[in-house]
Design a protein around this ligand. Structure first.
Ligand code: UDP
Ligand code: MG
Length: 157
């Protein structure tokens, strides 16, 4: 099973959309394995968004991501990284399809509701960056055998 990392951005917290967004992941069948409210800092954001550091909009992203506390969460499931990216929709919320989180709750590129890890490697780094090992929980969801077939559950990924 993969574990992927999601941020509910400050706009999502401010607009009272935390429950709506969490609900999307829960009802899909993903398992919540870590969650906390945190005020992000320039240091952690500069690491997290290092691929955008040279962009002119970088200071705007930092300000936006520090505008209020955010919800940090980790979701586990078979192919969780790509499943969560596809639930989120494309970066520009105006282009994101209806039915996706950004498509349903956003109108902006910058203010696009959520962050989600973009690859298995990135997910491993991001979970480690934002969560201590003891903040990630291993537990067996009782509904697991109704969410997946037994061969999917035994798949090693
Ligand atoms: N972003 C922006 N302007 C851009 C591209 C990105 O404000 O032209 C912001 C946006 O909030 C996005 C974040 O920077 O979610 C990270 O960009 P990335 O390309 O990694 O997109 P994502 O993986 O979030 O879809
Ligand atoms: Mg990204």
């Amino acid at each position: 099973m993969e574990t992927t990392f999601v941020i509910l951005k400050p706009g999502t917290v401010q607009r009272g959309l935390i429950g709506e967004v969490i609900n999307r992941f829960e009802r899909k069948g993903l398992q919540l394995v870590g969650m906390k409210l945190q005020q992000l800092t320039p240091k952690i954001l500069t690491e997290h968004y290092s691929h955008l550091a040279s962009k002119s909009f970088f200071p705007a992203i930092l300000a936006s991501m520090m505008a209020s506390p955010v919800v940090l969460c980790c979701w586990r499931g078979v192919d969780a990284v790509r499943v969560v990216r596809s639930l989120c929709g494309v970066t520009n919320s105006r282009d994101a399809l209806p039915g996706t989180i950004r498509g349903d709750y956003g109108m902006s590129v910058q203010e696009n509701v959520v962050h989600a890890s973009d690859s298995v490697e990135t997910a491993i780094e991001e979970v480690k960056r934002f969560f201590k090992p003891e903040e990630i929980f291993e537990y067996s969801p009782l509904n697991q055998r109704f969410v997946y077939s037994s061969d999917e559950l035994s798949k090693k990924d």
